[in-house]
Design a protein around this ligand. Structure first.
Ligand code: ADP
Ligand code: GLC
Length: 509
């Protein structure tokens, strides 16, 4: 297929600095990495000049070449010296996203993940690692920027970039001097970046920011609350989650602030990168297929069974999950009902990593049910694609889920999802009932409340329907027909940027 031509950025559209702690394929621990590549690409396809700002972890510096030095911050108060480099991140055949990298060896040059060391402990200097990300974001969005390129909007993602709106707020500003407007996107309210009070001075924030009307949260400095308080607009990654976080328990203590700011908060559902997640072209799967002809899907099931040492069996429904293994994702509940799932008879394949205790339990299950339950502990991009293609039904028993991407990937792969009714899962999966089957909207299975009984009952319901090959095929095709592209969501972000840019001192002429 010929690449779709990407328009040159339009001078009439707002320029956007997209600030993120991770981006696929350079550095990804979850959905934020996917979104940070796909959303900017979709915005660029709409003609917006979007550029990324990301910390220079070793995998980022190694993955992007060549890198030009575009600025130096030798005497930044409170932070070690660093260099700003520019490179391009290829995103598809037709385009690449300009990226600014903060090259600061003292903070970023080390083995391990972006937030934790190899043993899973938070980096002790995360306050500075992500304080610097917030600081540079604010500098690039203000008249203090050493760059010619000036954004109208700084778009922050999760707590790691939450200080940008705070630094910008306190940056002295005399029109006609310039200052970007800020958007704070919540991908997960459970991660807040809370640090002891003495870090306020250490980061060079004014003492008055440490206030309940500001960045203070239960006696700590909260990066996320700072972002939510000082940003011009808040977004989160699904309309349903935007409602849920305005009250207990999913507001995680921030429900008061969020409901007070609901007039400046928008829920925009994530899309998926259709070039990365496409069963007709996916390089990681055993056999390609499409909605019009699903016959090759079974070859992927066989390949998955072989790869994960499950018994070769076409008829047993194969349930699967790919996830961070945490309390949020409900793996403790899944593990409780796994023995009954096997008795259906069905198979279970799990790929994930996270909580060490939960990992141990899952591994023990796999040992207890060889050939029926397979667990792969680790993070493997290739296997995740084969699971999407090879499984029959995709499990997401999340206690909460701001958006969730895998349920959309799985629908695209003809693998109906089975999900708890929460967050973005409600916005993206339509439960299979006689009525939704009849009107062609059914795409999966939705259960509530989040209990072992309900999960098991719904797994049984899915396994029963799986025997009805014609209806199952309809369910698969309904999901494969849905539009999960970024087009509409990118346009919704553009509306917010345009509205905010109209209020800043920048001119978009
Ligand atoms: P979250 O961001 O909360 O982890 P999402 O559903 O939004 O959840 O996104 C998770 C992303 O990370 C998906 O692209 C998923 O395939 C991927 N992922 C999670 N765990 C693994 C793993 N162990 N191996 C490969 N990919 C994984
Ligand atoms: C978070 C959420 C997940 C969401 C992802 C991308 O990690 O847990 O639900 O899909 O961010 O927005």
């Amino acid at each position: 297929m010929a690449p779709i031509p990407i328009p040159a950025p339009s001078k009439k559209e707002p320029r956007v600095l997209f600030i993120t702690p991770e981006v696929y394929p350079l550095c990804k621990t979850g959905g934020l990495g996917d979104v940070s590549a796909a959303l900017p690409a979709a915005l660029r396809a709409l003609g917006l000049d979007v550029r990324l700002l990301i910390p220079g972890y070793p995998q980022v510096l190694a993955g992007l070449k060549p890198k030009r030095k575009v600025a130096e911050f030798e005497n930044l108060e409170h932070f070690p010296p660093c260099v700003l480099r520019a490179a391009k991140l290829p995103v598809n055949d037709a385009d690449s996203i300009p990226v600014f990298i903060i090259d600061c060896p003292e903070l970023y040059s080390r083995e391990g993940g972006p937030y934790q060391d190899t043993a899973g402990r938070d980096w002790p200097d995360n306050v500075l690692r992500f304080g610097l990300l917030g600081k540079i974001g604010a500098i690039l969005g203000s008249d203090a920027s050493p760059l010619k390129w000036q954004p109208h909007i700084v778009h922050c993602n999760d707590w790691q970039s939450g200080l940008t709106p705070a630094y910008l707020h306190f940056h002295p500003h005399q029109p006609p001097q310039r200052k970007a407007a800020s958007v704070m996107t919540i991908h997960n309210l459970a991660f807040q970046g809370n640090f002891p009070p003495e870090t306020v001075a250490r980061l060079g924030l004014p003492a008055r920011s440490f206030n309940m009307h500001g960045a203070e949260f239960h006696g700590q400095l909260s990066f996320l609350k700072a972002g939510l308080y000082y940003a011009d607009h808040i977004t989160t990654v699904s309309p349903n989650y935007a409602r849920e976080i305005q009250s207990e328990p999913l507001g995680f203590g921030l429900q008061g602030l969020l409901s007070a700011r609901r007039g400046q908060m928008t829920g925009i559902i994530n899309g998926i990168d259709e070039s990365v997640w496409n069963p007709a072209t996916d390089p990681y799967i055993a056999s390609h297929y499409a909605r019009t002809d699903l016959s090759a899907k079974i070859a992927n099931k066989r390949a998955l069974q072989k790869t994960m040492a499950l018994t070769q069996d076409d008829t047993a429904p194969l349930f699967a999950a790919i996830s961070r293994i945490t309390h949020q994702k409900g793996f403790d509940v899944l593990q409780q009902i796994a023995p009954q799932l096997v008795e259906i008879p069905a198979q279970l394949a799990i790929l994930g990593s996270g909580n060490a205790e939960m990992e141990k339990h899952l591994t023990a299950l796999a040992r207890a049910y060889p050939g029926r339950i397979a667990v792969h502990i680790g993070y493997t991009e290739a296997l995740s694609h084969l699971i999407e293609a090879g499984a029959d039904c995709f499990l997401m028993p999340s206690r909460f889920e701001p958006c969730g991407l895998n349920q959309m990937y799985s629908q695209r792969y003809g693998t109906p999802p089975l999900v708890h009714a929460t967050g973005g899962l409600v916005d993206t999966v339509v439960d299979c009932t006689p009525a939704t089957l009849k009107n062609g909207s059914a795409t999966g299975f939705v259960f509530h409340p989040m209990t072992a009984e309900q999960l098991l009952a719904t797994i049984r319901r899915a396994a029963k329907l799986f025997e009805d090959t014609a209806t199952w095929r309809m369910l698969q095709q309904n999901g494969m027909t849905k539009d999960f592209s970024w087009r509409n969501s990118a346009a919704a972000y553009r509306r917010i940027y345009r509205m905010l840019a109209g209020k800043t001192d920048y001119r978009t002429a």
